[in-house]
Ligand binder design. Structure first.
Ligand SMILES: [Zn+2]
Length: 243
């Protein structure tokens, strides 16, 4: 087993973890995992920072205004909050596009404005970005191709877009969803360009997901590409997020 594994994307501020966070973190430690505790709006970002400060040995924080919340909260206050906490975070996220839930042009436009402003901020602070894109992958990748710095496409399961994503300079983060797509991506991914995540509490076979489960993605990597490849994915994540 790997010495230390990284869950690049988890939402421990989610209400699903309110009752037993200590036990969840205990299982993470037992699995040798650390996690990027990720926010999505002002309240979740504040809560994520507070949770990380309770478990600084195994958590780091990413904060950002998500595409879902870009239509509910003012951008200015969120940008101010990110700037004020820049020293306490390892990335800006999750940010991006969700055209599945938001069909109106004015809603999508608000997402574009929020996404671009946060990409600017990430570049000026020299921080990685963690990007959500749903039914907008082409537009997201085209936009990210024009940017610099570490750009991670989270919950990536689209083999048809792998080459475009890599060519755009992005890394892809594979979730805890067993699927043919994930197998294909692991087989084709370049070393150093692929990461692992849980997106806890989501994406776990009908139940609640948690960071310890990220071991499953690394195990599949090791099975398909060998232990050194899986170790490389974890090492790359540790380096990107500054562990
Ligand atoms: Zn997420």
């Amino acid at each position: 087993m790997l010495s230390m594994i990284v869950d690049c994307h988890a939402h421990l501020a989610h209400p699903d973890f309110a009752a037993d966070l200590d036990a969840v973190v205990g299982r993470m430690r037992a699995a040798g995992a650390v996690a990027v505790n990720t926010g999505s709006n002002l309240e979740a970002n504040k809560k994520a920072l507070a949770i990380t400060s309770r478990f600084p040995d195994v958590l780091k924080t990413a904060i950002g205004l998500s595409p879902h919340d870009a239509n509910r909260e003012p951008l200015d206050g969120n940008l101010r909050f990110i700037r004020a906490h820049a020293d306490e975070i390892c990335a800006i996220g999750e940010i991006g596009f969700d055209f599945h839930y938001f069909k109106k042009e004015e809603e999508r436009e608000r997402q574009r404005v929020a996404f671009s402003a946060q990409l600017d901020l990430a570049e000026s602070l020299d921080l990685p970005v963690v990007v959500h894109s749903r039914e907008a992958e082409g537009e997201a990748i085209a936009l990210l191709a024009k940017r610099k710095g570490v750009r991670i496409l989270h919950c990536f399961l689209m083999p048809a877009l792998l080459d475009a994503a890599l060519k755009a300079g992005c890394l892809v983060s594979l979730p805890t969803l067993k699927s043919k797509s994930r197998v294909t991506l692991i087989e084709r991914a370049q070393e150093g360009r692929v990461l692992c995540e849980t997106d806890s509490p989501y994406l776990w076979r009908g139940g609640r997901n948690e960071p310890a489960n990220v071991a499953e993605v690394y195990a599949e990597m090791a099975r398909l590409r060998g232990a050194r490849f899986a170790e490389g994915a974890s090492r790359r994540a540790l380096e990107i997020f500054g562990w």
